[in-house]
Design a protein around this ligand. Structure first.
Ligand code: FAQ
Length: 319
């Protein structure tokens, strides 16, 4: 039966009631088209981020300072690929193919996290990424474990477990460097200074400038606002900087007794918007690399499709 306007209104009321009752929405359930599009956008961007995020770290696999560091970094980068795969699979339950989602990123129509458009200049940057970037990702993803779309929520639970290991390995690299030679300590400080603001920008624009937040919070796709999550990350990370014995990356970082939180000053939002529009330091390089790897992998996809077709034909013949 086609949905009349009144029918549609009732469906939307019932849908919101399910959300308010903390029910999870599953792929075959009715959902407003805008809900489907919003979850698909967020999940596919998240998947693209995991995969593009392999590049800045992958850059150091051949130059890791020891065999042990190399093994750990390899495992971490492989984990990120796995996260991408869970998320693409979860996104596909909303009716888009992985091929279509990747195509949208290649055309610049789908984003990936701004943070991965910054270069990794020294070994300390690998520490800073694990500590700060995975640290920020966890703060966001712990909240997303309770997101309203079932497949997204379940994928987050698994991903968070692995991200905790990533965060610790990054912090351990920083701890070693911060307690090492003066040159190593300076390298750790420089990585912290360069990655601090971009890590805070991972949480997205301020709530006042976030066009998607109000509706996403109402539908419980997002459980906490961009600013709330950013503040939680700042509060937990300042203490970790103190333990490392490094200097604060900004002179604006101060404890605010009245708010019961750390102030951290105004971020450079012009830079953020330039980066998400494609004009960050490494945007072109990252996309070009992804397109090249995707083209070079075409034969694998063809072989997998041919294998599936053959298996299906054999099963049909046997039936
Ligand atoms: N970068 O209205 P809002 C990881 C876009 S995981 C780029 O606030 P929303 C693990 C936003 O898409 C990191 N674009 O948007 C790892 C929208 O544009 P659109 C990835 C951004 O969706 C570690 C516009 O700005 N994590 O790193 C960013 O409600 C190490 C307006 O913004 C996730 O994706 C940004 N930072 O809230 C891997 C978490 N911020 O689409 C490898 C899931 C905003 O309308 C190595 N995502 N934009 O054209 C989310 O939680 C949300 O999507 C937000 C943005 C909070 C990122």
């Amino acid at each position: 039966m086609p949905n009349s306007e009144a029918n549609l209104e009732q469906l939307e009321v019932d849908f919101q009631a399910r959300i308010d009752a903390e029910e999870r929405i599953e792929p075959k359930d009715w959902m407003p088209e805008k809900y489907r599009k919003t979850v698909l956008r967020q999940m596919s961007q998240h998947a693209h981020s995991e995969v593009i995020g392999m590049q800045p770290e992958g850059n150091w696999i051949t130059r890791a300072p020891s065999l042990h560091r190399k093994i750990v970094l390899l495992a971490k980068v492989q984990d990120e690929a796995g996260h991408g795969l869970y998320l693409y699979s979860a996104a596909e339950t909303l009716g888009a193919t992985r091929e279509e989602l990747v195509q949208l990123m290649h055309e610049g129509k789908a984003k990936y996290s701004s943070i991965f458009n910054y270069p990794t200049l020294t070994w300390a940057d690998i520490g800073a990424i694990g500590w700060l970037v995975d640290g920020a990702a966890i703060v966001n993803q712990v909240a997303l474990q309770r997101t309203s779309y079932g497949p997204y929520s379940r994928s987050m639970i698994r991903i968070c477990k692995e991200e905790s290991f990533h965060q610790r390995q990054g912090y351990e690299i920083m701890l070693k460097l911060a307690n090492g030679s003066p040159e190593q300590k300076a390298m750790a400080q420089d990585a912290l200074n360069r990655f601090w603001e971009p890590s805070l920008m991972m949480f997205g624009p301020t709530d006042a400038d976030s066009p998607n937040s109000a509706q996403s919070m109402k539908w419980k796709i997002k459980r906490k606002s961009n600013d709330e999550l950013r503040q939680a990350f700042v509060d937990q990370t300042i203490k970790q900087i103190e333990v490392l014995g490094l200097e604060m990356p900004s002179k604006d970082i101060k404890w605010n007794e009245e708010r019961g939180h750390y102030d951290f000053g105004e971020l450079n939002w012009d830079e953020f918007f330039a980066v998400i529009k494609g004009n960050g330091p490494c945007n072109r390089q990252r996309l070009a690399h992804h397109k090249k790897a995707h083209d070079e992998g075409a034969w694998v996809r063809e072989a997998a499709r041919a294998y599936e077709a053959k298996k299906k034909a054999r099963a049909e013949k046997a039936a």
